[in-house]
Design a protein around this ligand. Structure first.
Ligand code: FPP
Length: 222
């Protein structure tokens, strides 16, 4: 969800105003998923590297997350949305951890849209977490190293149970993966738009889906 800071800067506003406007884009995209039948949406809301930002911005983002969970929990329950998270959630403020757990519990029976928030997330640390957990099982004598297939590895990632993404949308024209879902994006189609995230609306989401539908996917075959 890139470009919140630049969107605010262009308007002479503090960066947090950009993140606040970015939260509205989340609502539009979730609605577009519900309307079009997209079943999985994963948002890169806060990376492990984002902790390096000034405390004012980090605290503001955590407050936005808390408010979002407070305001959207019942709506998610009603709309058939199931909330998931990926990332090192224990690094978040305890109030955010609690709100996340509550919202996940409240939506656990829903199946229409699997909505995943990546929080304190980095693709590399996710892979390291999986490797450490596999190594522990091997050391305890509960896993034969030869039995570590792609499937077994994937079941140790934070995204266990969530299919690999078909489409990655990157806003603000950046042509980077930025440590997002490094294992899972192997065959994902990438759509880059110059729009800043707060300006990304329903029509932009639908245009990204159109672009995706025009791709020929061969997964390494012919
Ligand atoms: C990247 O833009 C965006 C973020 C680091 C935060 C995204 C968070 C939200 C949209 C809202 C909070 C989350 C929830 C789930 C309510 P940037 O700040 O790097 O923008 P820039 O590249 O223009 O500086």
């Amino acid at each position: 969800m890139d470009g919140n800071g630049r969107w605010a800067e262009q308007r002479g506003l503090p960066r947090l105003a950009g993140h606040e406007a970015g939260s509205k884009s989340i609502e539009r995209c979730v609605q577009a998923c519900l309307d079009t039948g997209v079943q999985y949406l994963t948002l890169y809301a806060f990376s492990s590297e984002n902790w390096k930002r000034p405390a004012l911005e980090v605290n503001g983002l955590m407050l936005l997350l808390e408010n979002f969970l407070n305001q959207k929990r019942d709506e998610m329950v009603r709309e058939g949305i199931r909330l998931h998270h990926i990332g090192r959630i224990h690094e978040l403020p305890s109030v955010c951890q609690r709100k996340l757990r509550e919202a996940m519990q409240a939506t656990a029976a829903n199946t229409k849209l699997h909505f995943t928030l990546a929080l304190s997330y980095s693709g590399r640390t996710e892979i390291l977490d999986a490797v450490q957990s596999l190594a522990r099982e091997v050391a305890e004598g509960n896993l034969d190293p030869k039995a570590i297939t792609s499937q077994v590895f994937e079941s140790h990632l934070h995204t266990a149970g969530i299919p690999d993404p078909d489409l990655l949308i990157r806003t603000s024209g950046e042509m980077r993966i930025s440590n997002f879902l490094l294992w899972q994006l192997s065959y994902t189609e990438i759509h880059v738009t110059k729009k800043y995230w707060p300006d990304f609306g329903r029509d932009d989401f639908l245009a990204a889906l159109d672009d995706f539908q025009s791709r020929s996917r061969r997964f390494g075959g012919v």
